[in-house]
Design a protein around this ligand. Structure first.
Ligand code: SAH
Length: 350
């Protein structure tokens, strides 16, 4: 299938030469008229993928309780920014605010700020969290109050560059054209592009770098250096190795060049890169399943189960398993927190 973006990208490559994987991802995801996120709400059974907050309210409840507890432990600031990066449909924040009402003063003190690129999704978010404010990037989050921030499956949507180890140096994986004018992957020399990774890579190995990640993480770290915290959850692991860019359409993987702008494109998140950019303020990385268990998801699941029977009960049990079990999201997804210099981290993290 070709898409409007296929032709736009082919024309650009014909004129200027191959483009980096990060330029390709950026155009596919956020092109103003044909980008994946700019043109649709991709979530749910009828969409292309589903995410933890869409699977069960328990995900947002656990993260919300951790946030609210962190707010209490840090002196209950009477005004703070409760921010979320890439809030999707707004489901996670709605669950956080609902559970947060159990903690007196928390919701009243919070000004919700969403960092969201897509107008379509901003509208969806407004139906669930009408009092939110929206900004385009992390540095636009108001800095006049302590920051408590959440990001679930945001960093995996950030464009990455791919480098392939050659015998002695590196080459960048780019998107070019074959003789018929079809999009294809090509290599261009990139001497010295990936410092410090010679000892743990072999010729042919791929390493991915996310150019936007260090700046975003450093900004968050600076904002919470005295007070506040951030919880980041995403799929990925410690230290990038291997090609992890994937396209998903209607819950089915497809080749990444097949339908630019019509499929979701993501890459695994390099949690080592997050920790390195966090100015010494990052917790240990832990699997999502471990975090949710520490925060008490199983007790919460049992309480919710009491009110359910039949198919609803089966779905609830399946959702708990899906969020926590190592064979499902429990291990593939990881979590990391940022806190003030010298701590503390929010509950669930060390
Ligand atoms: N956190 C949500 C949605 C994850 S999908 C959930 O868990 O369900 C990724 C989200 O990030 C979408 O809301 C998308 O529009 C947004 N997004 C992607 N790239 C972005 C960017 N560069 N700046 C701001 N938002 C972005």
């Amino acid at each position: 299938m070709t898409t409007p973006l296929t032709d736009i990208l082919a024309a650009r490559i014909r004129a200027d030469g191959p483009i980096s994987m990060s330029s390709y991802m950026a155009e596919c995801l956020l092109h103003p008229t044909h980008g994946y996120y700019t043109t649709r709400d991709p979530f749910g059974a009828a969409g292309d993928f589903t995410t933890a907050p869409e699977i069960s309210q328990m995900f947002g409840e656990m993260l919300g309780l951790s946030m609210a507890q962190a707010w209490m432990e840090q002196g209950r600031p009477s005004r703070f920014i409760l921010a979320e990066l890439g809030p999707g449909r707004g489901t996670l924040m709605a669950d956080v605010l609902r559970v947060g009402r159990a903690v007196p003063g928390f919701v009243e003190a919070a000004q919700v700020v969403f960092v969201e690129a897509s107008e379509v999704l901003r509208r969806a978010q407004a139906t669930r969290v009408p009092d939110a404010k929206w900004v385009d990037s992390v540095d636009q989050i108001p800095a006049d109050a302590p920051l408590f921030l959440l990001a679930n499956e945001f960093f995996d949507a950030l464009p990455i560059r791919q480098f392939q180890r050659q015998k002695v140096d590196w080459a960048e994986v780019c998107v070019g054209l074959d003789a018929d004018g079809t999009l294809q992957l090509t290599l261009r020399p990139a001497p010295g592009a990936v410092p410090g990774r010679h000892s743990d890579t072999q010729p042919g190995d791929i390493v991915e770098l996310c150019p936007a990640l260090p700046g975003i993480v450093a900004e968050i770290a600076a904002r919470v250096a005295d007070r506040g915290c951030a919880i980041i959850v995403d799929y990925g692991d410690w230290r990038s190795l291997g090609d992890t860019v994937q396209a998903l359409r209607a819950h089915t993987p497809e080749p990444i060049l097949a339908a630019p702008g019509a499929a979701d494109l993501t890459a695994h998140v390099d949690f080592e890169a997050i920790a390195q950019a966090a100015n010494g303020q990052a917790s240990a990385m832990i699997p999502q399943g471990v975090l949710l268990e520490r925060l008490g998801i199983t007790t919460r699941a049992q309480t919710l189960a009491k009110g359910l029977t039949g198919a609803a009960l089966d779905a609830h049990i399946a959702a708990h398993r899906r969020l926590t079990h190592p064979d499902e999201m429990g291990h593939l997804f990881k979590a990391i927190a940022l806190g003030p210099k010298g701590g503390p981290f929010p509950p669930g993290f060390v």
